[in-house]
Write a protein that binds this ligand. Structure first.
Ligand code: PLP
Length: 381
């Protein structure tokens, strides 16, 4: 198998599994229990919190663990909306967010909030002036993702953070696709809230975290016990959290060396595709992108058929968001970037990982060439 769908998920790193194993086997205590056996779990939990904080440039008490990137996004958006309801009801987000943010905003609209979905340009970038024009005294939250999961396009989050801060507006950024992929501390973006998901950086599935800058107004959305500074009730998943921390530390440590290698392989892949497949286009390549992601469009073929065709050769890629698999609708991200529904439907995402090698890239590019040619020969599109 050649796996080129790392934006959907990554394999668990062996070293991460080793770090988690004691908490799945011998040290399975409840981190809230008062006796020593519980204390051991609590110490592991708090060490993990400090480790995550150190990786992103935060303080330990600014990290809230939860069950996924989706939950972190929900806590951020719904939690700020609830905390600031008296101050205003306006939220600004972008039209290219992951559904974890977009559908949450839609749900809040049904509860009486007003949401502005900022347009993006042909490369998928939010227009800063358009953002500024849309901010009002009633704006309580801006939520714009760091890197897009379908195109890898990086939004100017530092600038957005500065604009939001000047106006006293809370700024959340979904950093699920940048955590562990970019060198440098994510807190330096200036965001008040940042979402993470362990399975995107070689950690376990079903565990996420939200960075909450001290003083950010936020109300719990899952209520119960006093876990996670009262912001997320529920017995902590200690093995998962230990795994998230270990995986993030490993990813952050190697991001500086892995990213340039990944960019070289991605560029090699894109130039092979452009040379061999007539009418191929790369989406978002005029903007800064994370190094591992390539989104490509082809005329007269359907992306879903390309994915299934490559699967027959043992190659895993996707049509965009893994969560949308089986969804016949064209990608909302590509439509927002101005592609026609037909162009959006003829698109695929290739996302490289830590272990991807040049031979895999070459094999995938030539399988893609063969598959597109075969599909075009029988296409009625
Ligand atoms: N946000 C982005 C940008 C993502 O890519 C994903 C996963 O694809 C999520 C949020 C959701 O993360 P999780 O799978 O942990 O719920």
């Amino acid at each position: 198998m050649i796996y080129l769908d790392h934006n959907a998920t990554t394999p668990l790193d062996r070293r991460v599994l080793d770090a988690m194993t004691p908490y799945l086997t011998e040290q399975w205590g409840n981190s809230s229990s008062p006796y020593r056996f519980g204390n051991q779990a609590r110490i592991a939990l708090e060490n993990a919190r400090a480790r995550v904080a150190a990786c992103i440039g935060a303080a330990a008490d600014e990290i809230v663990f939860c069950a996924s990137g989706t939950e972190a996004d929900n806590l951020a958006v719904r939690g700020v909306a609830a905390a600031l309801r008296e101050r205003g009801n306006h939220i600004v987000t972008s039209s290219v967010e992951h559904h974890a943010v977009l559908h949450t905003c839609r749900a809040l609209e049904a509860e009486g909030y007003r949401v502005t979905y900022l347009p993006v340009d042909r490369d998928g970038l939010v227009d800063i002036e358009e953002l500024e024009r849309n901010l009002t005294p009633g704006t309580i939250l801006v939520s714009v993702m760091h890197a897009n999961n379908e195109t890898g396009v990086l939004q100017p989050v530092g600038e957005i953070a500065r604009i939001a801060r000047e106006r006293g507006i809370v700024f959340h950024s979904d950093a699920v696709q940048t955590a562990g992929k970019l060198p440098g501390m994510l807190c330096h973006t200036g965001a008040d809230l940042l979402s993470f998901s362990a399975h995107k950086f070689y950690g376990p599935k079903g565990v996420g975290a939200l960075y909450v800058r001290r003083g950010t107004p936020l109300l719990a959305r899952i209520t119960g016990g006093p876990h996670e500074h009262g912001l997320r009730a529920g017995t902590e998943n200690v093995p998962g959290i230990v795994g998230l921390a270990a995986a993030l530390a490993l990813a952050v440590e190697s991001a500086g060396t892995e990213a340039p290698g990944s960019a070289r392989l991605r560029d090699r892949f894109e130039s092979l595709v452009l040379q061999t497949i007539p009418g191929a286009r790369i989406n978002g390549n005029g903007a800064p992108r994370v190094a591992n992601t390539s989104n490509l469009s082809f005329d007269a073929v359907d992306g879903e058929s390309i994915v299934l065709g490559l699967d027959l050769s043992g190659i895993c890629i996707s049509t965009g968001s893994a969560c949308s698999t089986g969804d016949p609708e064209p990608s909302h991200v590509l439509l927002a970037m101005g592609l026609s529904p037909k162009e959006a439907q003829g698109s695929v995402r290739v996302s490289l990982g830590r272990h991807t090698v040049a031979a895999e890239i070459d094999a995938a590019a030539s399988a893609l060439e063969r598959t597109v040619a075969r599909l075009r020969a029988i296409s009625s599109l």
